[in-house]
Design a protein around this ligand. Structure first.
Ligand code: PTT
Ligand code: SF4
Length: 616
């Protein structure tokens, strides 16, 4: 079918050889692309129980039929693997020039397997692939790495690189690309590092596979105009995602001092207005006219690109209320290639431990210099504390025992994004049931929940809304693969996307319901993958895997205005989870039923899952 090249590029790092991986044609309608292809590839090809850093584990970069085309905000790419942080399915979505370049080079994605004996980078120029020595790059940050590669291969090439975080297998290291983008929160950068792969350079010179070029071009250019015409566009361009901080402060849902409190005394110093006044420029992914990467000069004079999550987690969550200082911590994360959300959570937990006398070096909230020091130590794993912090909050809690049980703000091992959801049950459910651990990206329900539902209710409509959002955000956008911001932020109509699919692929049948069904299929397979991996490694799987962070059940919120002292009710959350499972047709353990998987044409996968469940 048009829209696809029918193959991914397979890089075998052990033998330093490249080949084409052709997939069955039916995947195009069954999984669309991106996350759909990634989970299917991992399910089919990586043996159950393979350790994340085992050379047999695969790292998958996948684009979709709409990626890289001249249509609103299309230059996105999914990076996926078995996660070293969670042990389950992990992925992220990064904006990168590698997305259009890969499509022009003639591939729907790149698979990396094996392990090079020494640091290596790979250059892909259409069907020519070179494996090159990266010893001079190893040990360098992502900024220097990209600068070096840009000088050599030109600014228009696509780059995917890791920093020292990925090299040293920090469990929340990400893959980085141009213009401040970072993807793969659950340690996708560490998997890349485990393969001794520093960077991939992609240069393509071919055509985009599109059936109706005229109609796609017209729809795309109308789309850009619509985005720009949206009433909210000027505000968006002023503040980007950081505008949400004010709403979170007003509703006592800001993460403050390791999610203990819901409001921050210095919120005005780090909010969207402040950023709007301070920013020096803004970056965007290629093919985007709503650039959301807000850049400030940080305290060290570097250009630091800030989004809301970076500020929330490296500001209020660790008690730091000066934007230029937050900028420095964020710049370090970008350069080292660490996820800012998990990093902020790790530092928040370390500060709480410090204040409780657990961490030997008197770390606490608001400690800017010591935060910098800890970031370097954990990146380089240079001492015992650094080594522990590099493992993430779940493992820190295991080390520190019972006293720390409320300090780790994570689900399934992945740290929660910057929404303090202990008084908003729907958002807690969204974190609980996200397919990669506590990421907001699949179902950011908090604003709808506070504005359009009864905030403290555990009602069925919330479970329904979470599923609706998961279908759109986690199913549709992650498989197309394009940025969801034109829709979510500026109201670009969802129905445009199946229409684009029709024009690009020539398959007239695409409609939104079918796309959503693909989303449900992908969701069932991601869940089946988690269950299979957990059981293969001798763990149990039950509904507690979908519980939100323990703090939200056990401790009342501080500084939360009228919500002060409130927290989630465990029994009521169980009820909400039951609604969710029933609506999804998953059983009481949160496992997709065989009937559902058959309905979704996942017959073989259902039978295999059944065997795994019977054996355990
Ligand atoms: C995403 C997560 C986010 S979500 C943010 S800010 W956000 C943080 N950004 C980081 C960063 O920057 N540097 C860094 N070292 N670590 C970072 N960790 C955090 O990573 C992201 C944008 C944003 S900005 C969001 S919401 C939207 N996410 C999308 C998505 O997930 N899918 C999709 N189809 N479209 C999306 N559009 C928006 O893209 P992860 P990015 Mg990143 C510097 O990838 O792993 O999913 O984590 O993706 O290219 O940086 O763009 O307020
Ligand atoms: Fe990239 Fe932001 Fe544009 Fe989305 S809106 S494509 S994340 S710059």
């Amino acid at each position: 079918m048009s829209g696809y090249h029918g193959k991914l590029l397979m890089l075998d790092m052990s033998s330093k050889t490249a080949s084409n991986f052709e997939y069955p044609k039916e995947w195009e309608t069954k999984f669309i692309g991106g996350r759909g292809f990634a989970v299917k590839l991992l399910w089919d090809n990586v043996p159950a129980g393979t350790a994340p850093y085992d050379p047999d584990n695969w790292l998958v970069f996948a684009i979709g039929p709409l990626s890289g085309l001249m249509l609103p905000s299309s230059s996105k790419m999914v990076v996926a693997s078995k996660s070293p942080l969670t042990g389950g399915y992990g992925d992220g979505n990064l904006g990168t020039r590698a997305s259009p370049q890969l499509k022009k080079a003639g591939y729907d994605g790149i698979i990396v397997k094996g392990k090079a004996v020494s640091p290596t980078y790979v250059v892909v120029k259409d069907d020519q692939v070179e494996f090159l020595d990266a010893s001079d790059l190893w040990g360098k940050g992502t900024y220097d790495t990209e600068e070096y590669l840009m000088d050599k291969y030109g600014k228009k090439s696509g780059f995917l690189s890791i920093g020292q975080g990925g090299e040293n297998l920090v469990k929340y290291a990400t893959v980085r690309s141009q213009e401040g983008r970072s993807g793969g929160r659950p340690g996708m950068g560490a998997v890349m590092g485990s393969k001794n792969l520093k960077s991939i350079v992609v240069v393509g010179s071919g055509d985009f596979p599109v059936v109706d070029k005229q109609a796609t071009k017209k729809m795309g250019s109308d789309g850009y105009k619509e985005v720009k015409k949206a009433g909210f566009y000027p505000e968006w361009m002023r503040m980007g995602t950081t505008m949400i901080l004010e709403f979170l402060q007003e509703t006592s849902t800001l993460p403050v001092n390791n999610f203990t409190a819901g409001t921050f005394s210095k919120a005005k110093e780090v909010d969207g207005d402040k950023l709007g006044e301070t920013k020096t420029t803004q970056y965007g992914c290629p093919r985007c006219n709503m650039q959301c990467g807000m850049v400030i000069k940080d305290e060290d004079g570097n250009d630091s690109e800030l989004d809301y999550e970076n500020i929330g987690m490296l500001g209020p969550n660790i008690g730091i209320g000066e934007l230029p200082k937050v900028g420095v911590l964020n710049y370090m994360a970008d350069d080292y290639g660490l996820d800012t959300i998990s990093l902020g959570s790790v530092l928040g937990m370390a500060a709480e431990a410090g204040e409780n006398g657990v961490l030997g070096d008197e770390y606490g909230f608001g400690e800017y210099e010591k935060s910098k020091d800890l970031i370097t130590r954990l990146t380089l794993r240079s001492d015992d504390i650094g080594n522990l912090l590099a493992e993430g909050t779940m493992r820190m809690a295991e080390r520190w025992g019972d006293q720390a049980k409320n300090w780790a703000i994570q689900v399934k091992g992945l740290e929660a994004s910057a929404y303090n959801a202990g008084t908003v049950p729907g958002m807690a459910l969204s974190f609980g049931t996200s397919p990669i651990g506590a990421h907001h990206k699949d179902a950011w329900v908090i604003q709808w929940e506070i504005q359009h539902s009864q905030r403290d209710a555990y009602s069925e409509d919330k479970a329904e809304k979470v599923i609706e959002l998961q279908r759109i955000r986690g199913g549709m956008f992650e498989s197309l693969v394009t940025c969801r911001f034109p829709w979510i932020e500026l109201g670009y109509d969802l129905d445009n996307y199946p229409k684009f699919l029709q024009k690009v692929t020539g398959r007239e049948d695409w409609n939104i319901d079918e796309v959503f069904q693909v989303g449900d299929r992908i969701y069932s397979l991601m869940r089946a993958y988690w269950v299979r991996e957990f059981l293969a490694e001798g763990h149990t799987w039950d509904r507690s895997m979908d519980y939100p962070p323990a703090r939200w059940f056990n401790e009342g919120l501080k500084d939360g205005g009228k919500f002060t002292g409130q927290h989630l009710n465990k029994d009521d959350y169980e009820g909400l989870l039951n609604h969710y499972y029933r609506l999804r047709k998953w059983d009481k353990r949160g496992v997709p039923t065989k009937e559902l998987m058959y309905e979704l044409s996942l017959d073989e996968e259902a039978d295999l899952l059944d065997q795994v469940l019977t054996l355990n």
